[in-house]
Design a protein. Structure first.
Length: 194
């Protein structure tokens, strides 16, 4: 019994470099920064990404992120209290969904990549506290919501030590609603290659 376990462990250890070298894809999570140029508003949120590689240079990616509501400040000139500032919740949340090809520089611990993705963006007003339930209701209510088409050209860098790495993605999330609206989007987070 012990001999079989040792033999299986040695065989598995021998196949690990082959499995890692194939790099079929990657999965990751990220923190998301979105600059809505139309209102000069900054949003932050969380997202997830799944990529399947066609070969070592080209892959297909799907990602979704949820930007939490943004608080804003207002200053008032009050003769009795000249430094009066109030904080208000906007109750505006943003849901992003993107899919498309990514072209990368191949193997190595540090890689550059470019991407062109299409998808949707959904702006919604919701006074409920941010939770997993408000995220899932945002996704399930997409068909009844105001959804705009998106084109996302971008690029970035990713660095790996073995199968674990970090990825930085920067691009222009362009949405189409009564014109074309360009918006800065940055994401950063860990990825795992498989």
């Amino acid at each position: 019994m012990i001999k079989r376990l040792i033999l299986c462990a040695l065989l598995a250890a021998g196949f690990i470099p082959i499995a890692v070298a194939q790099e079929h894809g990657q999965v990751g999570v990220y923190a998301d920064y979105f600059r809505l140029a139309r209102t000069d508003s900054n949003f932050a949120g969380l997202g997830g990404r799944l990529a399947i590689n066609a070969n070592r240079y080209v892959g297909l990616e799907a990602e979704m992120s949820y930007d939490f509501q943004r608080a804003f400040t207002e200053g008032f000139t009050d003769p009795n209290n000249p430094s009066s500032i109030t904080f208000q919740r906007s109750n505006l949340r943003v849901l992003h969904g993107l899919f498309g090809p990514t072209v990368q520089t191949g193997h190595g611990p540090i890689r550059a990549f470019v991407t062109l993705k299409g998808g949707f963006i959904n702006f919604r007003f919701d006074g409920r506290p941010v939770s997993f339930n408000t995220f899932t209701s945002s996704v399930t209510d997409l068909r009844t919501s105001n959804v705009d088409g998106v084109l996302y050209p971008g690029g970035g860098l990713e660095g790996h030590i073995g199968p674990v790495g970090l990825r930085l993605d920067v691009g222009d999330e362009i949405f189409f609603n009564n014109g074309v609206h360009n918006n800065l989007r940055i994401s950063f987070g860990p990825v795992i290659r498989f």
